[in-house]
Write a protein of this length. Structure first.
Length: 115
């Protein structure tokens, strides 16, 4: 069973930075993709940044150049460095892993950006 635990959310002023962490436990397949998605109130969940099972990194258009996804395999952790945050980045951020056994989600961490 794969479990994902996010941390690092909080309240920050516009222009500030936060780093989210997602610790992966269990035994995901090596054919696993992982990434971050977010959902703002009244909006659909959207992709923020992902690392595909082939190692390709993809970003949502609205975060390109501001957010960076990275992975530390030794620590079983995926990070999302978020710089130059904007009020429209306010959302619950979810860590998501998918592999041949299923689609797994963390509980989410709230990011609030004040103007």
């Amino acid at each position: 069973q794969v479990e994902l635990v996010e941390s690092g959310g909080g309240l920050v002023q516009a222009g500030g930075s936060l780093r989210l962490s997602c610790v992966v436990s269990g035994t995901p397949s090596i054919l696993a993709g992982i990434g971050w998605r977010r959902q703002a109130p009244g909006k659909q969940r959207e992709r923020v940044a992902i690392i595909t099972d082939g190692g390709t990194i993809k970003y949502g258009e609205s975060v390109k150049g501001r957010f960076t996804i990275s992975r530390d395999s030794d620590k079983n952790t995926v990070y999302l460095q978020m710089n130059n945050l904007r009020p429209e980045d306010t959302a619950v951020y979810y860590c998501n892993l998918w592999d041949p056994t299923g689609d797994y989600w963390g509980q989410g961490t709230q990011v609030t950006v004040s103007s």
